[in-house]
Ligand binder design. Structure first.
Ligand SMILES: [Zn+2]
Length: 200
């Protein structure tokens, strides 16, 4: 399996890279991505494939359940680099139905040490959904899961604009943030929420 990756790279070099030699030569000089994608690490949500974008177009940060945690130096550095240095005008947080991270909110393995701690930043989403769903109408588990996935995207958008330098960039009209959800069953991305782009 691991050798397949290197074989695949050989094919990439011989076909795509060879065909688009000029494009890759330009890219090697500098990158000018126009979107920061904050998505789930899930292998079934490959950003360039599902958005039909090319290398150089999207700056990417992925983690379990597309979480924006407050004390995450990894994401903090990605955000700072994206906004202050790459001047990226749009950030997308994209969740997806069937998310193992969201399912693990309730089905945590007793052997996991880090996953439950990581997911603490998403628990509020499940609590909000359960509050909305009425007790006398037990929801379909699939529907409840989908609602939590969507609420988690909204919750992480809130966490995102809680970063003071992100909020400042939004207020100055330099940055817009968007919440999307990807449906693996249909391949369709559904927009959920967006900050309006303000006039600078
Ligand atoms: Zn996921």
């Amino acid at each position: 399996m691991i050798n397949d990756l290197l074989k695949g790279n050989r094919r990439f070099v011989d076909t795509v890279f060879e065909r688009e030699r000029d494009y890759f030569a330009e890219l090697a000089k500098a990158q000018h991505p126009t979107v920061l994608w904050i998505g789930c690490s899930d292998s079934r949500v490959p950003v360039n494939t599902i958005t039909q974008t090319r290398p150089g177009e999207i700056f990417v940060h992925r983690n379990v359940a597309n979480i924006v945690a407050g004390a995450d130096w990894n994401l903090s550095a990605v955000l700072e680099f994206s906004i202050n240095h790459l001047n990226i005008p749009d950030i997308v947080i994209c969740g997806h139905y069937g998310c193992g991270g969201i399912l693990a909110l309730e089905q945590a393995s007793e052997h996991d040490q880090y996953v439950p701690i990581w997911l603490n930043s998403a628990r509020e989403a499940a609590a909000r959904v359960d509050q909305r769903l009425t007790a006398d109408e037990p929801p379909d588990p699939g529907r409840r899961h989908n609602l939590i996935v969507e609420e988690n995207v909204r919750l992480q958008l809130e966490h995102l604009v809680a970063y003071p330098f992100v909020a400042r960039a939004v207020a100055r009209g330099k940055l817009a943030v968007h919440g999307w959800v990807y449906d693996m069953a249909s391949g369709v991305i559904k927009p959920l929420a967006s900050t309006p782009r303000r006039q600078p």
